[in-house]
Design a protein around this ligand. Structure first.
Ligand SMILES: [Fe+2]
Length: 279
């Protein structure tokens, strides 16, 4: 067992099974597993899917909190979850989550943001902006921006309002990340599934991590590449776990419930970095 120290919580990971267990008085609300077979229709190359169908792809542990903090999370309508994306490849592609868009705020001016903190391993987040992701005809969905963000262990990404997202494990071992999400936010999976995944597939080759554009999207913009930086005003500081930061200063996370006023500053937390090579 290894302790997932970057979470700041008593969470322990079995190094063989990659199953996580809470310690002390920490509680979890739910657990679900997605196997490779359930990713059908979302992968770059599904020729080996049948033989790998039962392989674990990712596990989600929902509603993690100490009893004493539950009222604070409920008051703000936030939920803290952990996702573990398994190591390994399928058809040359790194294992990943399904990918989704968040729903609109009541004003319908933008969609909700989210906090992703890499607790163990290395993540690459595919972010794609679409302001008509919920068009009745999915053929009309337009992607206006495509950003591939690499996030190392211990660092945190704020998913900007308006951006669909998917989490990819680009490390050697399991990828463990936490998310702090606004509970009333609707989640839309269908527009991603219609296009057979996000705008970019992330692959591991003998030469390193590469990306391939998904040609089911019409007029995909040129991918941009980014790293993350801290924003103490949003409670995001290296070395300060997100759970602890929220409990100490919940007001800093107002951008989750009211994203409109914060979009520009969230975008500024993405800083350009070296390009990935395209396949
Ligand atoms: Fe999300």
């Amino acid at each position: 067992m290894i302790e997932l120290k970057h979470s700041g919580l008593p969470l322990f990971l079995d190094e063989t099974s990659h199953i996580m267990t809470p310690g002390g008085s920490l509680r979890m609300g739910g657990y679900s597993r997605k196997e490779a077979g359930a990713m059908k229709g979302l992968l770059m190359d599904e020729s080996s899917l049948e033989s790998q169908a039962g392989e674990p792809f990712y596990d989600v542990y929902r509603d993690i909190a100490f009893e004493k903090d539950k009222a604070l999370l409920e008051e703000h309508q936030y939920r803290y979850d952990i996702t573990i994306v398994m190591p390994g490849l399928i058809g040359g592609e790194c294992k990943k989550t399904s990918g989704h868009y968040h729903g609109w705020t009541p004003e319908k001016t933008t969609t909700y943001a989210e906090v992703y903190e890499v607790v163990k391993g290395t993540a690459l987040y595919v972010l794609q902006k679409s302001m008509n992701f919920d068009d009745k005809d999915p053929e009309n969905v337009r992607v206006d921006d495509l950003i591939l963000v690499t996030v190392p262990e211990g660092r945190t990404l704020l998913v900007p309002p308006g951006y669909g997202h998917c989490s990819v494990n680009i490390g050697e071992g399991p990828l463990v990340f936490s998310n702090l999400a606004y509970v009333p936010c609707p989640i839309h999976y269908d527009p991603v599934r219609y296009c057979h995944g996000m705008g970019a597939y992330i692959c591991r080759t003998p030469e390193g991590i590469r990306f391939r554009c998904n040609d089911r999207y019409k007029e995909l913009p040129k991918a941009r590449f980014a790293a993350v930086k801290d924003e103490p005003e949003f409670g995001i500081r290296e070395g300060l776990p997100v759970y602890k930061s929220f409990c100490e200063n919940p007001g800093a996370f107002d951008f989750l419930a009211h994203p409109d006023a914060y979009t520009d500053r969230i975008m500024q937390m993405l800083v350009p970095c070296e390009d990935l090579i395209q396949l």
